[in-house]
Design a binder for this molecule. Structure first.
Ligand code: NGQ
Ligand code: ZN
Length: 467
């Protein structure tokens, strides 16, 4: 592989590749000048490979969508791991986070996102859902450019080459029933009018960019009222009736109790009772659900956005994964607070949480016998992640983005393993990054484990940390 970036029509050859129908050998991908896959040829004989075609040096899998990110939180990962004077919980972590976010400048936010997105790409994530709520200045007043902070994260995605679905957050209140927001939340707040203005700017910015999409994220049922939620959902439909809608939901027991006190319904039940939740929706966490709520989520076709390392780190609880998968629920993974940036670790802990809780093994494989659990997890997270991000990603087939991850088949834990077993080994056995090269939208961004712009982005990150 040369270090030159691909930009024009070209082809890439893979000794083996994970296609939608399964693993295939000797695969040639034709790419368009826009960075899509044009055609996929299987079983291409060596003699038939046109000269000049780039040859991948390992098995190729689709890049993983990371469906849930709060970019700025990468810079506070590790700063909230000390036991405090009182019981530490999600809510005390949130106070630390509010303190951290208080004085962050746009340049700092952009530099943190740049470094984070490099790390994502190197780990094999090729697209992110940026659930973005840090909108305003430290005093709570909007910047002259309402989209200043959004443009920082969009710019970081563009610079690093990561695909992005930008999800500006509607955040209006401090608790259920329209409670006044606290001081620590002042940088997040918008009413629906100002929120729709922001949305208009962002849709215009992203128009025609195959690497970017726009959706919305009502932060949580705690942060909106039924009226403002409705206004945001209707407003979005005016721009794109298919655009993704993400919401944090039912992550903590206190949240369930507060929702019951406010409405007499649990959060997931309340949402399904009041809103037409369909495949555009992604419910982040959805940790605490009754059997009935689990069934409603699964049968609606919405995506469950699972963030296992963050959910473990914050002491959320365990998503009812067995029940949900038994009902063919759709799910994907997110690195959320970025306590870890590794699709391997998210998938591993999704399965291990269930093994520990149920004292059984191989619990989250797809139905049917003799299924590779690691491979099944990887494939399901691709499909759910792609759906949640509303872009043509997650599949190596004509019409999708050319987002290719080349695995390092020479890594000791992968040596001698092929196909689904290779993915099992990757998900459960490795402790070093198995990713060698990464192409996103037809561009080689990571080669031999290095991102093309990593030195400059690291430098910017370093100076951003000198607060
Ligand atoms: C967030 N994070 O918005 O960053 C949230 C915490 C909240 C997670 N839920 C704040 N993991 O939910 O109020
Ligand atoms: Zn979140």
């Amino acid at each position: 592989m040369t270090s030159a970036s691909l930009s024009n029509e070209t082809s890439v050859f893979a000794p083996s590749a994970l296609l939608p129908e399964g693993w295939a050998e000797d695969v040639l991908f034709d790419l368009s000048s826009e960075g899509d896959i044009d055609a996929v040829h299987r079983g291409v004989a060596s003699s038939a490979i046109p000269p000049g075609v780039q040859r991948c040096k390992g098995p190729v899998v689709p890049g993983m969508p990371n469906l849930h990110s709060h970019a700025f939180q990468r810079a506070m990962a590790g700063l909230a791991e000390r036991s405090g004077p009182s019981d530490d919980s999600f809510w005390t972590w949130r106070q630390v986070m509010y303190g951290f976010v208080g004085s962050l400048t746009p340049d700092q936010a952009g530099a943190i996102a740049g470094q984070l997105y490099v790390e994502m790409l190197k780990a094999g994530y090729t697209a992110v859902g940026e659930f973005h709520y840090l909108h305003h200045g430290p005093d709570g007043l909007p910047y002259d450019d309402l989209a200043e902070m959004s443009r920082q994260v969009m710019g970081a995605a563009k610079r690093t080459g990561l695909g992005i679905t930008h999800l500006p957050v509607l955040y209006g209140f401090g608790g259920f029933g329209g409670q006044t927001a606290g001081e620590g939340q002042r940088r997040f707040l918008n009413d629906p009018d100002r929120f729709l203005k922001l949305l208009e700017i962002l849709f215009a910015d992203a128009a025609g960019d195959p690497q970017a999409a726009i959706g919305i994220a009502p932060h949580s049922l705690r942060a909106v009222t039924p009226e403002t939620l409705q206004a945001a959902v209707e407003g979005l439909a005016g721009f794109n009736p298919q655009a993704p809608i993400h919401i944090h939901i039912s992550e903590q027991i206190k949240e369930v109790e507060d929702c019951l006190a406010w409405s007499g319904r649990r959060p997931v039940d309340w949402l399904y009772d009041n809103i037409d939740v369909d495949r555009r929706w992604c419910l982040i966490h959805a940790t605490h659900m009754t059997e009935e709520e689990t069934g409603r989520l699964a049968s609606s076709g919405a995506v469950a956005g699972i963030c296992p390392t963050t959910e473990a780190n914050l002491g959320d609880g365990l998503f009812p994964a067995r029940d949900f998968l038994a009902q063919n629920g759709t799910w994907g993974i997110g690195s959320d607070s970025h306590i870890s940036i590794s699709p391997v670790e998210e998938l591993r802990w999704f399965e291990y949480g269930q093994r520990l809780a149920h004292r059984r093994r191989n619990l989250l494989g797809s139905e049917g016998e003799d299924q590779s659990v690691g491979a099944g997890l990887y494939r399901s997270a691709l499909a759910g992640g792609a759906q949640a991000l509303g872009r043509k990603i997650g599949r190596l087939e004509g019409g999708c983005r050319a987002d290719l991850v080349v695995l390092d088949a020479e890594a000791p834990c992968l040596l001698g393993k092929n196909g689904d077993v290779l993915l099992d080994a990757m998900v459960f056995a490795g402790n070093v990054n198995p990713v060698r090269d990464v192409m996103v939208g037809g561009q080689w961004l990571v080669q031999e484990g290095r991102h093309r712009d990593e030195e400059a982005l690291l430098l910017a990150f370093r100076s951003a940390l000198e607060l």
